[in-house]
Design a protein around this ligand. Structure first.
Ligand SMILES: [Zn+2]
Length: 332
């Protein structure tokens, strides 16, 4: 994959960073599934509320407004309704991470539809506002899943990860018009891919999660700067449990997945603060704000017949650049 950027910024507007948070608890991650099957989740202490408030407080510690998008698991929303309302009341976007955290491309269509709709309705009932966004557990989308997400009334999906070496990440077709980083999948329906780094023809995972905790901050930030220079926008993801070094530990011989889960948890909060500080000149928008920005820019530009800006690059070859996969390094 080559993240081409006819995309070089040509406007005065600052680059954009989309901070996204998958709100789930420490025992719900796929890498620990053998030890924590869903029918035993209710037995474990919830730590997600405290950890999410750490993120909310971190964002509020900056003078400039830091707006983020929280993809909240319906299972969590049912047990922590006040957390959903706190996220909404503090100015962030409430979006859906589904209801059950099962991989979308392994669910029966009827079950997936119910999962998508239940989580959306549950969140909307708590905030009184429409929920526009969806992120699939472990980025497990495909074209059929995207159709169902659209069918349930979502306006965007934020689950496409171009890194090909993780077998759980889904693939989608590559024939979509691209504006900024957004792929237009249908009428009022976009895909916002996770950002990755393109170096020497390779796709290197650089969107957050375990890779954010693995790589030294100066190196990680250099990669983010490179992405911003190329595309004008960076899409980052993290989980509340990644800020929690005191979470219960699985007592087992370390595997790659458990090692990755617990890696550098004690540093995450500092690293995230450092990341935002390093890029404080950027605009920190929610996903819906970003889509509104690019669609407004496109409409205005079309009306005025102006030249494209970095927020308006409806060229097909860029789309191919985002979607086409290539081999890369091993998953850390
Ligand atoms: Zn998740």
């Amino acid at each position: 994959m080559h993240q081409k950027s006819a995309a070089k910024p040509t406007t005065q507007s600052p680059p954009t960073i989309l901070l996204t948070i998958d709100v789930e608890d420490w025992f719900q991650v796929e890498n620990l599934r053998p030890w924590f099957p869903p029918d035993h989740w209710h037995e474990h202490p919830l730590r997600v509320e405290t950890n999410t408030h750490c993120l909310l407080d971190l964002f509020d510690s900056f003078k400039k407004p830091i707006r983020a998008t929280f993809f909240i698991l319906g299972w969590i929303a049912q047990r922590c309704p006040q957390l959903v309302q706190a996220i909404h009341n503090r100015g962030h976007e409430v979006a859906s991470h589904g209801n059950s955290h099962l991989l979308c491309n392994q669910m029966a269509p009827a079950d997936l539809l119910e999962d998508l709709c239940t989580s959306k309705q549950r969140l909307e009932a708590l905030t009184g506002q429409p929920v526009y966004g969806y992120r699939a557990p472990n980025f497990s989308i495909d074209d059929n899943v995207l159709q169902m997400i659209h069918q349930c009334g979502y306006r965007y999906d934020a689950s496409y990860n171009s890194f090909a070496m993780n077998h759980r990440y889904g693939r989608i077709s590559n024939n979509h018009k691209q504006t900024g980083m957004a792929l237009q999948l249908g009428e009022q329906f976009h895909e916002l891919p996770i950002s990755n780094l393109q170096l020497a023809g390779k796709t290197i995972p650089w969107g957050g999660g375990g890779y954010f905790r693995l790589l030294p901050p100066p190196l990680f930030n250099a990669g983010v700067r490179h992405i911003l220079q190329k595309t004008g926008v960076y899409h980052f993801y993290i989980h509340p449990w990644e800020l929690d070094p005191d979470q219960p530990k699985v007592q087992t011989k370390p595997t790659l997945n458990t090692w990755r889960h617990y890696l550098n948890l004690h540093q995450t909060q500092t690293r995230l603060h450092h990341l935002i500080t390093r890029f404080k000149h950027c605009r920190f928008q929610t996903c819906t704000q970003y889509i509104e920005t690019i669609t407004t820019t496109t409409t205005t530009t079309n009306n005025n017949q102006q030249q494209p800006t970095h927020n308006q690059q409806p060229t097909t070859h860029n789309t191919v650049g985002w979607i086409k996969r290539s081999g890369s390094t091993n998953t850390p």
